[in-house]
Ligand binder design. Structure first.
Ligand SMILES: [Mg+2]
Length: 177
């Protein structure tokens, strides 16, 4: 694989968050908080914390399946106060994803800069996710509670989101219906 391969990939772009989507941040944070008597902010500044996160159930398998259909990018926000998190996210991808994540890592504090088929993220606002140019799939909330829900949805709707009829009335009014 090479960067040129990525650039020539015309398949729909799919952006995946790391913490809370691919990596189990919460379980590890709670464990370290108790074990070492740290608060949440201190935990996230610990050297080695991000590299040691376990994958969330089904995440690695899901990325493998999605990689057959989508041009995947990992779109994640590192901890500004923990520069090692920038490095450890790169190392985590090598350890757990390798091929689907090879040279596909984007570190940003503004996810609204990007556009594609979808962004899968557990937080809809903190890093401007709601300005993403495409569907925002909020991981961990109904109807996308976990990978068993998100994976089939994306595989069944690779090119665009199904029409949401909730807002049909707005269109009806606009069209004088
Ligand atoms: Mg997250």
């Amino acid at each position: 694989m090479s960067l040129q391969t990525h650039f020539a990939d015309t398949r729909p772009k799919l952006f995946l968050d790391m913490d809370g989507v691919l990596c189990d941040f919460v379980t590890a944070a709670e464990r370290v908080m108790v074990e070492r008597n740290l608060d949440r902010a201190e935990v996230a500044r610990e050297y080695g914390f991000y590299l040691g996160l376990a994958p969330l159930p089904g995440a690695i398998e899901a990325v493998g399946e999605l990689d057959k259909v989508f041009n995947i990018y990992i779109l994640t926000t590192p901890k500004w106060s923990n520069p090692s998190s920038f490095m450890e996210k790169r190392m985590w991808i090598e350890r757990h994803l390798y091929n689907p994540g090879f040279k596909k890592l984007i570190l940003t504090h503004n996810k609204g800069l990007f556009s594609g088929r979808a962004l899968v993220d557990d937080n809809p606002t903190r890093n401007n996710q709601n300005a993403f140019g495409g569907e925002l799939i909020v991981f961990g909330q109904s109807p996308f509670e976990d990978w068993s829900k998100v994976l089939p949805y994306l595989l069944e709707n690779p090119n665009k989101a199904p029409h949401n009829h909730d807002n049909d009335w707005i269109e009806d009014i606009a069209n004088g219906r």
